[in-house]
Design a protein around this ligand. Structure first.
Ligand code: HEM
Length: 545
């Protein structure tokens, strides 16, 4: 207390205070400072926003009480509520304060185009994300290298995901599902045939099992029951909103992340070394594919680069796909009619007369239109990534169509801001999608449907090669769960193969029931949008398939 009072007395000498203040007892003086100073700061901040004229060339700033902290709580609790409410007030372009950062949100297809379609001289993903990703993935790859190198790394990844590779995955994924449901979850004919499970937990396990069996390779799959799982958990603990906001805190989780990164990187290095010595047999998986890759200037990927790319792929696919499969299955558990229709789709196309099914192939997946529509609709309503950030590297002039109609001048997003795309907003925009909040897979089957047509119109847009093969630019599409532009996802086809095979396995073999009174709410406090308390039960169908 005496230390505090000395400090206050020093402060008092700097700031003129009224006579009566000095006669107050010490505890009252402390209380006055504790209440008075924040009130003054908040008051000045409010005054500045409501009473002082604002720079008409800058986007409007979301009203907030606390400087520096800004709208962090409002945004963090439910980003979509925040985006939609701010859109009502400020239009498609506005800036908010997020723990000292100035983040300009650009909404709608035009807004998405501004950030996702921006030139590298104007926007940078590297500068927005490297503090989060480099300690997890490792150095020299993804956002720890020039953008032009990332584009080539994406090309290498794509070359490891050939049609031939993808064709080999469904049987492997099916085997993993069979093993997981029968043995890990214990739902098989010899035991009680119904079980209540936390879906998100189960899907997280199934996604890492199936990704390691296919894309990651035999050695990773074999290590999953041992040390690898713990390393993954520690590394994953470094991939949180806290790490995004504060890259270097002296917390145990940050230490564990760093130790795990080194250990996991060494683990992949060992795999590569052993393979090179010819000590292990393996399939032609992603590691094997990356081993042959060289940058355009002739420099080959080092073993360390390969290890770090493998970690990046593991992390990129894990939560995105486990959240997507969980949401899709939750909707199926919530809608017995849709579940039955999916079952009938399987029966009609692949059912044998004896009640069994023939094995699903990669080509078959394309035939399952309702399944495809279910996954698309899941990604429309539950895009795993709600906010896509870029750092603004040079002033961005905003096209007049994005400035509020009442404003006279066109806006500029200044260098040093972050620009954010939130494709989920256009994906749930009631002006674009009929009954936008209702899960309706059939909207994707209706050829004349407004939404499908709008998406089609954009997906057939200009083809661009950013360095990893021609892709449709798609930056103005109202549907972008896999992003758009130069940072567009290269794991989409893998994810679809994995998700389709897992859901098919479940639909063919089990019925499902929601085990919570209402459809699970969304948890936005994790990096990836996840369901809260997603309890369901699986019951074995009559015949084992
Ligand atoms: C449902 C599953 C998935 C969804 C919804 C998804 C979504 C996305 C999105 C939105 C982006 C763009 C990020 C940005 O612009 O900053 C992205 C990029 C990327 N994703 Fe995925 N992803 C999924 C699965 C996967 C999988 C399985 C892999 C790996 C096999 C993967 C690898 C990547 C890579 C390498 C990038 C490029 C990052 C960049 O260029 O900056 N993703 N993903």
């Amino acid at each position: 207390m005496s230390e505090i009072l000395t400090q206050l007395d020093l402060l008092q000498q700097q700031i003129p205070v009224p006579q009566w203040y000095s006669v107050l007892p010490a505890p009252i003086r402390v209380v006055l400072w504790v209440i008075g100073l924040p009130t003054l700061i908040i008051g000045l901040n409010v005054f500045r926003q409501v009473a002082l004229p604002r720079n008409k060339n800058l986007p409007p700033v979301v009203f907030h009480y606390i400087p520096w902290f800004g709208s962090a709580a409002y945004y963090g609790e439910d980003p979509y509520k925040f985006f939609f409410e701010c859109r009502e007030k400020y239009g498609d372009l506005f800036t908010f304060i997020l723990m000292g950062r100035r983040v300009t949100v650009a909404l709608g297809p035009k807004g998405n185009n501004l950030s996702l379609g921006g030139k590298t001289s104007q926007v940078s993903a590297e500068d927005a994300y490297t503090h989060l990703t480099t300690p997890v993935f490792g150095k020299g790859v993804v956002y720890d290298c020039p953008n032009e190198m990332l584009m080539q790394q994406k090309k290498f990844i794509k070359s490891g995901l050939t049609t031939e590779a993808l064709q080999s995955y469904p049987p492997l994924i099916r085997d993993e599902c069979q093993e997981y449901f029968a043995n890990t979850l214990g739902i098989n004919p010899s035991r009680p045939s119904s079980k209540k499970v936390d879906l998100l937990h189960a899907m997280a396990e199934l996604i890492i099992l199936t990704a390691s069996r296919t894309l990651q390779g035999k050695e990773v799959r074999e290590s999953l029951n041992g040390s690898f799982a713990k390393l993954f958990e520690d590394l994953d603990g470094g991939f949180t909103p806290l790490n995004f906001m504060f890259p270097n805190l002296p917390l145990p989780s940050y230490k564990r992340r760093d130790v795990a990164q080194k250990a996991m990187s060494d683990f992949y290095m060992k795999i590569i070394e052993n393979r090179r010595k010819g000590e292990t047999d393996h399939e032609h998986d992603m590691i094997a594919s990356l081993q042959g890759c060289k940058y355009r200037n002739g420099v080959p990927l080092t073993d360390r680069d390969i290890s770090h790319i493998m970690i990046a792929l593991l992390m990129a696919g894990q939560h995105t796909s486990s959240a997507t499969s969980s949401w899709a299955l939750l909707h199926l558990a919530d809608s017995p009619e849709l579940y039955e229709s999916l079952y009938q789709e399987q029966r009609t196309k692949f059912g044998n007369p004896d009640g069994t099914f023939r094995d699903l192939t990669y080509e078959d997946i394309k035939e399952c239109k309702l399944l495809d529509a279910t996954i698309r609709e899941t990604l429309r309503m539950h895009a795993p990534i709600h906010s896509i950030y870029r750092k603004v590297m040079s002033d961005i002039p905003v096209p007049p169509s994005l400035s509020a109609p009442s404003e006279q001048a066109s806006y500029v997003i200044p260098k040093g801001h972050y620009i954010m795309a939130a494709p989920g907003v256009s994906q749930m925009d009631p002006l674009i999608w009929q009954d936008s909040k209702v899960f309706t897979p059939t909207r994707w089957l209706d050829e004349a449907g407004v939404a499908a047509a709008a998406v089609e119109q954009y997906s057939k847009s200009e083809q661009v090669d950013y360095g990893f093969g021609a892709v449709s630019k798609g930056t103005e599409s109202p549907y972008q769960p896999f992003g758009a532009g130069r940072h567009r996802c290269v794991g989409e086809q893998f994810a679809y193969t994995q998700l389709s095979t897992i859901i098919t396995y479940i639909v063919r073999n089990y019925t499902m029931k929601l085990e919570v009174p209402e459809f699970p709410k969304t948890n936005y406090r994790t990096m990836i949008v996840q369901p809260m308390n997603p309890l369901v039960s699986f019951t074995l169908r009559k015949q084992e398939v």
